[in-house]
Design a protein around this ligand. Sequence first.
Ligand SMILES: *Cc1c(COP(=O)(O)O)cnc(C)c1O
Length: 360
Amino acid sequence: MSRIYNFSAGPACLPEAVLQQAQQEMTDWQGSGMSVMEMSHRGKEFMSIAAQAEADLRELMAIPDNYKVLFLQGGASAQFSNVPVNLLRGKKSADYIYTGQWSKKAIAEAKRFCDVNVAASAEASNFSVLPAQSEWQLNSDAAYVHYTPNETIGGLEFHWTPESGDVPLVADLSSTILSRPIDVSKFGVIYAGAQKNIGPAGLTVVIVRDDLIGEAVPGMPVLCDYKIMADNDSMYNTPPTYGWYLAGLVFAWLKKNGGLSAMAELNERKAGKLYGAIDGSDFYANPIDLNCRSWMNVPFTLANDELDATFLSEAKAVGLVTLKGHRSVGGMRASIYNAMPEAGVDALISFMADFEKRNG
Ligand SMILES: *Cc1c(COP(=O)(O)O)cnc(C)c1O
């Protein structure tokens, strides 16, 4: 049996070396006689796994000491509500940047808790260009500014960090965390569901500046409260232990492979090749402005959409799978996170050229 190239947007492929290590340790983690799945989260074995994962993530992202790192459940979607619940701190409104379907969902959820000011939007360009910072109508009294650095469905990515002045900047980094170095000190909160670029589904990482913790809206469920989670080292209740362990293996793999600057170089090169192949043909197209194209999710269409089904089935036959675009966008989408080897991108590009030759 051999592994195929899986271009799924999430749950996405994991590094093969990580899966092999997990397999080796599956029934007996380092002489403990147990699987990580069977361990008490309060036992010394799991506590060491948890602490190492956090230390490695802190090192990879250079997370300053005045930030907490939380390992939670509920996916990025739970943070769509937890962000307003924790960050409003008595204020009435928050600023949101509307750049696609994930920011739309974040906005809809925030409206349950506060007034949402859509300070900038990519809607006029049909989500093909990000609104320049100079056009943002930020409100200096907002509790925070929320944006989505990478729109996983549309394939639109910020290659710059917005300025929000004294107002905390909040980022849904779900599909681009760990793809490159970022300056964490510019953010109030960063959150990410694990299943794109960290590990398996079921784990959500939240990185939060500690002065923003402790003023959650009263009456909310305890599991929403960053302070309770931080005070209990993310173990107020049973955490997603196996996902936390696998995330730790991914962090160690990233460190071994040169950390986030090495990833950035590789990701830029992988994406550059694929966009180059798309732009170099009359058969494939990507609608996103050159400066806003995602390194992680590359949507593209065929000149004739009646060929979509044939493209997908022929791709599958040569081991290139999950290339179907999101139902709202159509066409194709290749998600090429850290774990997608460059050889997978090369294989896709040569399949695309061959398909065009036969059908173009
Ligand atoms: C996938 C995704 C989400 C939703 O994540 P869940 O973990 O399924 O809640 C939110 N935001 C972005 C940018 C995503 O890519």
